[in-house]
Design a protein around this ligand. Structure first.
Ligand code: FAD
Ligand code: DLZ
Ligand code: SF4
Length: 512
């Protein structure tokens, strides 16, 4: 029986479930399609990364004697959408069945559901078992209540995988979670390890030209593209991380520094999400570094927690809460996204840094995404739909299953606390503690009112005042409200006045 194996751009793994039982006569279909590149206007670097990784993956399959029908965006045979690509391929190959691995996005899964009826061919959608926790197991491990706790889910995942567990079933290092050791700011003279550079080969250069020609008006830059696009380079990148950056990953996980976008972070998310690396092998490489005495427990536990904890957890939340999750707006936020999210032109140095680095690299690390950019969107009541679209566009690792819960649940509290136990609101003080941004800023982080005051300060207290009842009712935030009440009335009025003037002055983004 001939089967058509449809492999999507974030399924670039030889071990993907749709390729497992390849038989003689089977054809692998892969397609660069305009609809996927433009349904939101993805960062140029993200498109280039995915297309180049797809082309390299297809070439590797062919080198192994597998028949691949690869549709290039600029090729003679091309298709505008996944559905059209499939329809045309069915005519070309006349297979008895179509096999694919479950897509990572609700939108695409819905698309696949129409195919059997539309084309009269059986379509088999297989589970994506690159994830360590299936949809069914998620309910078992995370629970089924209205609210879910990542920490309990994570402990179960540790027990299940055996990562960092001793022979008696206890967590190695005596604690499940070493987060308390992972909040240091960066010492002045600490050396930051220099990343390996992957020079673009011919395939990548062709893709870069294609993207510049077709999507050159999208956000971001292609300059200096040096990210891995093959499995071999991705494995070398993982190995480099385990040796050079992982040892300090934990301690400085929350730190930020001017013009240092990566610090000790792994920069692996896009490689994992598109399939070049498997999340299990990333954890196992980190655990091996711990066993060999190359990395301490706080680093390795922190890294493993991000992957088998947060990554698996948000994916479970996404599928549990969809459809409808993206429309949640518990805090009734409705301000349009300010223009400077696309230009970086703002006097707030922390925001300008994070946005410019995002434009340059299609990357910002977690604390920049959460406590700078996200925190601003929360405090300024930016419409969750607009925030989601921005995050989906600008990061090379962004797919809806992971972007949406991080934005809706973690950053904006727009789901009313499905898994965040409180809104992660913070004033300029937090950013000052964790970075050197404030020293280079035109605003003064110590001031709360007036022209030079840090906008995060008055926006924070305005946020507390606007959501006073909700925050007072939550044990984890009631102290914010108590502090507000202890402030002089005139000071509160002045901060709220400054917040209103600042927010009124924000220019909405039109097109981008
Ligand atoms: P590291 O700091 O080195 O962490 C190691 C790995 O853990 C990451 O590669 C990633 O696979 C995983 N991880 C860590 N935190 C999370 C998390 N909260 N959710 C899921 N996985 C996590 N991550 C994405 O992969 N795609 C997204 O679209 C995305 N959008 C985000 C949006 C917001 C508002 C926030 C706050 C976070 C978002 N994250 C997203 C999570 C996290 O910020 C990135 O995974 C991380 O910054 C990627 O950089 P890194 O590989 O250097 O990660
Ligand atoms: C993000 C993206 C882009 C830009 N382009 C393609 C593409 O041309 N072909 C493809 O197979 N996938 C692409 N993707 C990923 C998809 O939009 C989508 O996120 C995944 O298929 C997950 O469902
Ligand atoms: Fe950001 Fe305020 Fe610090 Fe400026 S002073 S960098 S706006 S936190």
């Amino acid at each position: 029986m001939t089967r058509l194996r449809f492999v999507l751009g974030d399924q670039l793994s030889r071990d993907i479930s749709s390729l497992r039982d390849l038989g003689p006569g089977d054809v692998v279909l892969m397609a660069e399609v305009d609809e996927e590149a433009t349904y939101v206007r993805h960062h140029q670097r993200k498109i280039a990364f995915l297309f180049s990784a797809m082309r390299h993956f297809a070439a590797e399959l062919e080198a192994d004697g597998i028949t691949v029908d690869y549709l290039r965006l600029d090729g003679e045979r091309r298709a505008g959408s996944f559905t059209q690509a499939l329809e045309d391929a069915l005519k070309r190959h006349g297979p008895q069945a179509v096999v694919l691995t479950e897509p990572g996005e609700w939108r695409v899964l819905e698309m696949t559901k129409s195919w059997e009826g539309a084309f009269g061919v059986p379509v088999e959608v297989r589970p994506d078992d690159r994830f360590l926790c299936s949809h069914e197991d998620f309910a078992r491990l995370a629970g089924t209540g209205r609210t879910l706790l990542m920490e309990s889910f994570y402990r179960r995942m540790r027990e299940r995988t055996g990562y960092l567990m001793d022979a008696d079933g206890r967590p190695e290092g005596g604690r499940w979670n070493h987060d308390a050791d992972n909040r240091e700011s960066l010492p002045k003279r600490i050396p930051i390890p220099v990343r390996p550079v992957v020079e673009p080969d011919r395939t990548t250069s062709e893709v870069l030209s294609l993207v510049a020609a077709r999507f050159g008006n999208h956000f971001g830059s292609l300059k200096g593209f040096d990210y891995p696009v093959t499995r071999a380079d991705a494995l070398r990148y993982l190995d480099w991380f385990a040796q050079k950056a992982l040892p300090r990953f934990g301690t400085y996980e929350d730190a930020m520094r001017q013009s240092e976008p990566l610090l000790f972070h792994s920069h692996l998310s896009a490689l994992i999400n598109c399939g070049l690396l498997n999340p299990r092998e990333c954890c196992e490489r980190a655990v091996a570094a711990y066993r060999q005495g190359h990395a301490p427990i706080n680093a390795v536990e922190g890294f493993v927690r991000q992957i088998i904890g947060w990554r698996e957890f948000v994916r479970g939340v996404y599928w549990r809460e969809m459809p409808g999750y993206g429309a949640r707006n518990e805090l009734a936020a409705d301000r349009p996204l300010p223009d400077f999210f696309w230009t970086g032109e703002t006097g707030m140095n922390c925001m300008a840094q994070a946005i410019r680095e995002t434009a340059a690299n299609a990357y910002a690390h977690h604390i920049q995404r959460l406590m700078v950019l996200g925190n601003f969107c929360l405090l300024a009541a930016i419409d969750p739909r607009e925030v989601q679209e921005w995050y989906l566009v600008v990061y090379h690792d962004a797919f809806e299953w992971v972007e949406m819960p991080n934005v809706v649940g973690m950053v904006l509290y727009a789901d009313g606390g499905v898994f965040a136990t409180k809104p992660y609101a913070a004033s300029g003080n937090y950013i000052n503690r964790m970075s050197d941004y404030c020293r280079r800023c035109r605003y003064d982080v110590k001031q709360h009112t007036g022209e030079d005051a840090c906008p995060f300060n008055y926006l924070y207290w305005d946020f507390v005042a606007r959501h006073e009842a909700r925050l007072a009712a939550n044990r984890r935030t009631d102290r914010m409200v108590a502090t507000l009440h202890r402030m002089a009335e005139e000071k509160v009025a002045a901060m709220r006045g400054d917040a209103a003037a600042f927010l009124d002055g924000l220019e909405a983004s039109g097109t981008y």
